[in-house]
Design a protein around this ligand. Structure first.
Ligand SMILES: Nc1nc2c(c(=O)[nH]1)N[C@H]1C(S)=C(S)[C@@H](COP(=O)(O)OP(=O)(O)OC[C@H]3O[C@@H](n4cnc5c(=O)[nH]c(N)nc54)[C@H](O)[C@@H]3O)O[C@H]1N2
Ligand SMILES: Nc1nc2c(c(=O)[nH]1)N[C@H]1C(S)=C(S)[C@@H](COP(=O)(O)OP(=O)(O)OC[C@H]3O[C@@H](n4cnc5c(=O)[nH]c(N)nc54)[C@H](O)[C@@H]3O)O[C@H]1N2
Ligand code: SF4
Ligand SMILES: [Mo]
Length: 727
């Protein structure tokens, strides 16, 4: 037996934990995963890091690993059949060329992927879209995630990223944790919150649920869902009224304060009580605690971003930090804790409709000319469309010429993760061409004309960007199945077939090309990442002395053009779809601790599958359960204006009576059948955290259980899995 130890970065959340794998090289199997001494994880791992690699063994519990390209050889209604790579690449290149010729470059949209592929593959993807298709229609799941943080903070501070590093959290004196459930989402980041608390920090939590962080907090602001901006403006109001602000910082480093002061005059804790449901005394207390130190940190997540007013709340959180001088040194500032392992990276690489790699705007002539010269083509200067607008551009385009015809879905599963799934299915049906590039069959692949199979995390090299801007290496641990290609090679082959040769030899060659084009990444060579374990951008110099930047906006110098932080004054508005008689309860959707996003990976790991399985749970206040006469474990039917699904009742005091919570990891208990596709006008993120729904008792439980079972077997059979998993 040849045993090797190989170091890599975790593929699940953005914490960027370092994992040491013990590998049996002869059998090509992982034997064990243990925590390595990474900057954020210090030898620790959460359950996904420790057990989340089993999918690489292809146990086929949920979905089948793709091991060769599939094509509908005789049109849409014919089955997906195995084909050669030549056929698959030839088909994609021919169809894209035809569509481009007939309808123009902007009739296609390609996604990047924040998951396994890594930064190099995302760089190649956006280069392909811009240089070969001639469009900026490239986007990825940040859109349905932290896009509000990126858009909001770019305006307020000039940089959309976390201003501090994960390790700095533990030296904060105050943590204001809003709409963020670290213990489930980023357990290893949550560990730093616990440490901060142990070191004496005050912890304030704003969340309609009593999360674990809320449970250990000094003050839990259990606000009404959808009222964030009213609360944050009220906090600003108190800070001004009680003269808790940092005038010197405001004068020296910011602009727009006066307009903001005028607006928040209307937001006293007393006048906003009817919106937030919070006691004015608690809001005042929170403001006083937050403004009392220069090491106050704001951490936020999806409970801020997944609203039709997400961007405004992000800007208003930046206002709080600006007015109290909470920038410029370590353990302070703003922490939008990025979700996916490489969502920071997919943004860094320009898998966004308005940015080239390194946040260089596509509308900036100088930046465009630089990329034109490097890539030897003329590039489009108009930002592309965002992926959450795909349904609109397919089903109701602004003009017939603007209709979207082709969608290349790379490492995402919109038929499971996007809001309003019945509209998404209609959209996928109505497209002329759907290309899916994945490691597994997934729900979107069912609609694909062609499926391109890729190597997985663990089977290729590359770099991920963790939530705090740390570039870290991922390494090849196992040999991939025969018949799959790396994601960057798939794009390169199609590009070459379309007359723009891409002949990269390895990821390092791609990396060197891209850091050469991005001043803020220029110093982060493979050698340096290798040597120091992690390099946080900005890192501008190649010598070893430049080890990157742990916190941004040093000495109050912001990344905006004039170096000033910008106050923005915005009024609160209610969520788009509120409760009524027909749909009397709020539905909010969150995550399962042991499963990850669309579950193709964790659902195929035995230990994690054994923790939870279909159809998932709906968290309901015991009083609501009593009113509806439903008990723990019973199946209930949930419906909204857009669809219905079944879930199991989970009575819990953690949630209030007016709202129920579901996790979006399930096929049968698919909460996105219910969610609403209404978007924030700037970030285009859907309001996943709020829509109106109805919960009903299911009288015939046996019949419902039979339905769940047969539905599960039938979807799995469509995913190529025929084993019985109920045993
Ligand atoms: N209701 C509701 N819906 C939500 C959310 C919510 O809170 N509520 N959250 C949203 C958020 S924040 C996000 S980020 C999205 C996530 O949604 P998605 O991005 O759709 O989900 P993922 O599970 O991350 O991965 C998508 C696909 O990538 C594939 N994949 C993994 N590694 C690789 C690889 O190396 N190469 C290739 N080619 N494919 C790979 C997986 O098999 C999977 O099919 O979901 C959103 N949906
Ligand atoms: N186990 C696991 N971990 C994951 C993922 C996963 O699928 N599984 N996904 C990853 C991804 S893609 C992401 S983006 C992150 C997301 O991680 P988080 O940002 O923690 O996201 P959520 O858990 O969806 O929502 C956070 C909190 O927002 C609260 N909330 C709901 N409505 C409101 C409101 O109106 N106001 C306030 N203040 N709070 C509200 C919810 O109760 C919830 O506790 O997690 C990552 N980590
Ligand atoms: S906290 Fe995140 S990065 Fe760390 S082991 Fe868990 S899932 Fe992986
Ligand atoms: Mo996310």
């Amino acid at each position: 037996m040849t045993i090797e130890k190989i170091l890599s970065t975790c593929v699940y959340c953005g914490a960027g934990c370092q994992i040491l794998f013990t590998v049996d090289k002869e059998k090509n199997k992982i034997l064990e995963a243990t925590g390595a001494n990474g900057v954020t994880n210090q030898g620790k791992l959460c359950l996904k890091g420790r057990y989340g690699w089993d999918f690489l063994n292809d146990p086929q519990i949920l979905t089948k690993r793709l091991t060769g390209p599939l094509l509908r050889k005789n049109g849409r209604n014919s089955p997906l059949e195995p084909c050669s790579w030549e056929e698959a690449v030839g088909f994609v290149a021919r169809r894209l060329t035809e569509i481009k010729k007939e309808y123009g470059p902007d009739s296609m949209l390609v996604t990047g992927s924040a998951r396994g592929p890594g930064n190099e593959a995302n760089y190649v993807t956006q280069k392909f879209v811009r240089a070969v298709l001639g469009s900026n229609n490239v986007d990825h799941c940040a859109r349905i995630c932290h896009a509000a943080s990126v858009a909001g903070l770019l305006v307020s501070l000039g940089s959309g990223a976390m201003s501090l590093s994960v390790p700095e959290i533990e030296d904060a004196k105050v943590i204001f944790n809003i709409g963020y459930n670290g213990p489930d989402s980023h357990p290893i980041v949550a560990r730093r919150i616990v440490r901060a608390k142990q070191k004496g920090a005050a912890l304030i939590v704003a969340d309609p649920r009593r999360t674990e962080t809320a449970r250990i907090s000094d003050l839990h602001l259990q606000l009404k869902g959808g009222s964030n901006l009213a609360l944050v403006n009220a906090l600003g109001h108190v800070i001004i009224e009680e003269k808790l602000l940092d005038k010197t910082f405001i004068e020296a480093h910011t602009k727009g304060f006066e307009e903001y002061r005028e607006l928040v005059k209307r937001y006293s804790p007393e006048s906003t009580e009817s919106i937030t449901g919070l006691k004015p005394g608690d809001v005042r207390k929170a403001a006083r605690i937050y403004a009392s130190t220069k090491n106050s940190v704001i951490l936020w997540g999806m409970g801020v971003c997944q609203f039709s007013q997400g961007v405004d709340v992000v800007k208003s959180l930046a206002n709080l930090a600006l007015m109290t001088g909470n920038f410029g040194h370590s353990s302070t500032g703003v922490g939008p804790v990025r979700g996916q392992n490489n969502v920071q990276g997919a943004c860094d690489m320009g898998a966004l409709p308005n940015y080239f790699p390194g946040y260089q705007s596509v509308t900036d002539k100088e930046a465009r000319e630089k990329f034109e010269k490097a890539w030897g083509v003329k590039l489009p200067d108009k930002p592309g469309i965002t992926l959450t607008r795909v349904p609109e551009f397919v089903l109701h385009p602004p003009t017939p010429e603007k209709k979207l015809r082709a969608y290349w879905v790379f490492g995402e599963d919109p038929a499971q993760s996007d809001a309003d799934l019945s509209e998404m299915r209609e959209t996928l049906h109505a497209l002329d061409l759907v290309i899916v590039q994945d490691i597994y069959m997934n729900k979107t692949a069912e609609f694909a004309d062609v499926v391109l199979p890729a190597t997985s995390w663990g089977e290729h090299e590359g770099v991920y960007s963790a939530c705090d801007r740390s570039f870290q290496r991922i390494r090849k641990v196992l040999e991939p199945p025969k018949g799959v290609l790396t994601d960057w090679e798939i794009f390169s082959r199609v590009s070459t077939a379309m007359g723009y040769p891409m002949k990269y030899k390895n990821t390092e060659e791609i990396w060197n090309e891209l850091i050469g084009l991005c001043p803020s990444f220029y110093g982060a060579t493979y050698q340096k990442i290798e040597k120091f374990g992690a390099i946080q951008w900005p890192c501008r110099d190649r010598n070893d002395a430049d080890r990157g930047t742990s916190f941004l906006h040093k000495d109050g110098k912001f990344a905006t053009k004039d170096g000033k932080g910008v106050f923005t004054a915005v009024d609160w508005h209610a969520p788009v779809e509120v409760e009524d008689q027909e749909y009397p309860v709020t539905l909010s959707t969150v995550r399962e601790v042991g499963h990850y996003s669309v579950r193709t990976m964790t659902g195929n790991c035995r230990t994690l599958r054994n923790l939870e399985d279909e159809p998932g749970w709906v968290q309901m206040n015991p009083e609501l359960c009593k009113d509806l006469d439903v008990k723990h474990g019973e199946l209930v039917k949930l419906s909204s204006r857009r669809g219905f699904c079944f879930s199991r009742c989970f009575p819990t005091e953690r949630v209030k009576k007016d709202a129920v919570y579901m996790t979006y990891q399930w096929w049968i208990g698919a909460c996105n059948e219910l969610t609403i596709g209404k978007l924030d006008p700037v970030s285009n993120t859907p309001e996943y955290k709020y829509c109106a729904c109805r919960v009903e008792k299911v009288e015939d439980q046996n019949e419902a259980e039979r339905y769940i079972k047969s539905e599960y077997s039938s979807i799995k059979a469509r995913m190529g899995v025929d084993k019985e998993v109920w045993a």
